[in-house]
Design a protein around this ligand. Structure first.
Ligand SMILES: [Zn+2]
Length: 281
């Protein structure tokens, strides 16, 4: 059993590792790798869109004679999903990105291009100004002139806006106030009318009963309908009368007795329970 796993190998004394033949592999060997499209692109041959994240079996190779700070750059070959045309792109370690190389165009990079252009312009200007103080001065005057122009334009736009949006705030407010006043007046009128009607009804009722309406029996004074039930039992005969005066339908005929000596007022518009006393009448 011990021979099955040999840990110690015998090397003869004349062993020379340099004499072992090496497997010769070409430097630009290509490997097959599985990858995802690193950006959106469009095939130049058939116009098919290939979206970021689409998976491919790609061939990978190291780009010869191209290196960035000691880092090798890799090239990938993929095939268009529709026309099978070959598309290649490379790694771009300088921008931590990938660079389109052949067979397709990269999409959705307007912002990136703009940034690059700005950067390029800035760099150019800096280089220009490096050994030329006159140029610096010139550029500065140009800048300040441009700034002034922008400010002027802004002011002009503002004025134009104000001219067009000619809103009379005072008139608007006045109109609103008038409207509010009108509403308040109407409400007060309504309230007065209601009070008048109430008073008239109380007067009519008290005439028929030959008893003046008591001030504390005024229905507006009693906020809760159940207040009637909680009052002391002494003026109960008057309570029945309250019911009477509140709504004319509630006469003795339609008041109904129950076992607990309470009577439901059958006027459906006011669902209030009134205590009823037989000896009250
Ligand atoms: Zn294609």
């Amino acid at each position: 059993m011990s021979e099955r796993k040999v840990l110690n190998k015998y090397y003869p004394p004349d062993f020379d590792p340099a004499k072992i033949p090496k497997l010769k592999l070409p430097k630009d060997r290509q490997y097959v790798v599985r990858l995802m499209a690193p950006f959106n692109m469009r095939c130049k041959t058939c116009g098919e869109y290939i979206y970021k994240g689409k998976k491919f079996n790609a061939r990978k190779e190291t780009v010869q004679n191209e290196i960035y700070l000691g880092l090798p750059i890799f090239r990938f070959y993929i095939k268009c999903t529709r026309c099978l045309a070959e598309i290649t792109f490379k790694t771009d370690p300088e921008n931590t990105d990938y660079a389109m190389e052949h067979g397709a165009t990269r999409n959705f990079q307007a912002e990136k291009l703009l940034d690059e252009e700005e950067k390029r312009l800035q760099k150019e200007r800096e280089e220009e100004e490096l050994n030329n103080p006159m140029k610096v001065l010139e550029n500065r005057t140009k800048d300040s002139k441009l700034e002034m122009e922008i400010l002027e334009n802004l002011q002009e736009l503002k004025e134009l806006n104000q001219r067009q949006a000619n809103v009379d705030f005072e008139a608007m407010l006045k109109q609103y106030k008038e409207l509010e006043e009108e509403q308040r007046r109407r409400e007060q009128e309504m309230k007065a009318m209601l009070e008048q009607a109430q008073n008239r009804r109380i007067l009519v009722d008290s005439d028929s009963d030959e008893e003046p309406a008591k001030p504390h029996l005024n229905p507006t004074a009693q906020t809760k309908p159940t207040d009637i039930l909680q009052e002391d039992p002494q003026p109960q005969s008057k309570k029945r009368q309250t019911c009477h005066s509140l709504h004319k339908l509630c006469t003795r005929e339609i008041l109904q007795e129950t076992a607990v000596n309470t009577v439901h007022c059958l006027d459906v518009s006011i669902h209030v329970w009134f205590q009823y006393h037989q000896d009250g009448t």
